[in-house]
Design a protein around this ligand. Structure first.
Ligand SMILES: Nc1ncnc2c1ncn2[C@@H]1O[C@H](COP(=O)(O)OP(=O)(O)OP(=O)(O)O)[C@@H](O)[C@H]1O
Ligand SMILES: [Mg+2]
Length: 287
């Protein structure tokens, strides 16, 4: 029944949908009571979620990443410490070269710190074997990239199905494409989709595995303002629906207005954590 509902949607319809509707649909699709789970976990308040009660999902202590070569050391990340909680929507802002992608790649298990400790649900990622890290990337992390990283020779559906095939408890790729507003476009190749649509496919690919963590490296960097706002909204709603933290790197300070916490990075450090007591409702976001 849910697939019928979803297949009737177009991207216009989905942009009109309320968070409640998406949350209810997703909760049915993923087979777990997201609202109840959220209530049992951290405090959820406003558009951006909040760092509240409960253990952090991610915790870093003096995390460093440096590169040695040609007699010089480049310090990409310089002893950063942080906590990230369930249901949070955290924006990471900072100039080019300040360590944003380095931080996200470490959180996503795509790289290992040179120093410090990094925990996911109390498990120290720095002690993981390559195999454990691979499981972590496959099972836990949904990653969204600036340039989508879709396979050009696969259709939208096949791109999402590929991610589903290697996950333990994946959702139906077709249903997830419907959820991101792409019902009817399943058989189109990336080249036949707009940038905004390609990014929706890549978000579908990230969430089809029911990730416990959604990491996005400049997901709006290649999009126009209208598509950027739609993608930010979708990411926020996916985080709510999946009851998982969402970290979004951006160069656009406006995006930070919908987040409750903002990590301002500078020279490899989290220079400041901004707290936004009343995040902008994402429906009002204009980019
Ligand atoms: N493999 C590498 N070898 C050497 N230096 C690196 C490597 N990867 C990253 N760096 C350096 O680490 C620093 C942080 O890079 P990072 O990619 O995290 O920046 P960023 O904040 O994501 O920048 P941007 O906004 O341009 O994407 C930069 O000075 C970069 O040159
Ligand atoms: Mg970067």
């Amino acid at each position: 029944m849910i697939s019928e509902v979803i297949s009737e949607m177009t991207s216009e319809v989905i942009s009109e949908m309320t968070s409640e509707v998406i949350s209810e649909m997703t909760s049915e699709m993923i087979g777990r009571p997201t609202a109840a789970a959220a209530a049992a976990g951290a405090v959820v308040a406003g558009a951006g979620g909040i760092a509240g009660s409960g253990a952090p999902v991610l915790k870093g202590e003096n995390v460093s990443r440096y590169y040695d070569g040609a007699g010089i050391r480049v310090t990409a990340l310089d002893q950063v410490s942080f906590e990230i909680y369930q249901d949070e929507f955290v924006v990471v802002l900072g100039p080019s070269g300040s360590g944003k992608s380095t931080l996200l790649n470490l959180l996503g298990g795509m790289d290992q710190p040179s120093g410090g400790k990094l925990w996911y649900q109390g498990r120290d990622l720095t002690t993981f074997t390559p195999g454990q890290l691979s499981d972590y990337r496959r099972e836990v992390v949904g990653f969204v990239f600036q340039f989508f990283n879709l396979l050009p020779s696969l259709t939208a559906l096949e791109n999402v199905a590929l991610a589903a095939a290697v996950a333990k408890e994946a959702m139906s790729p077709g249903e997830v494409l419907g959820l991101v507003g792409l019902a009817g476009r399943e058989r189109h190749f990336p080249a036949q989709l707009s940038g905004g649509e390609q990014q929706r496919v890549s978000i579908a690919r990230a969430i089809v595995k029911r990730p416990a963590l959604l990491l996005c490296d400049e997901p709006t960097g290649a999009l126009d303002s209208k598509n950027s706002a739609a993608v930010v909204r979708l990411l926020l709603e996916m985080g709510r629906a999946f009851h998982c933290p969402v970290l979004v790197i951006t160069h656009n300070g406006e995006v930070a207005r919908v987040a409750r916490r903002v990590f301002y990075m500078k020279d490899g450090r989290i220079d400041r954590v901004g707290i936004n007591p009343s995040p902008l409702p994402v429906e009002e976001l204009v980019l």
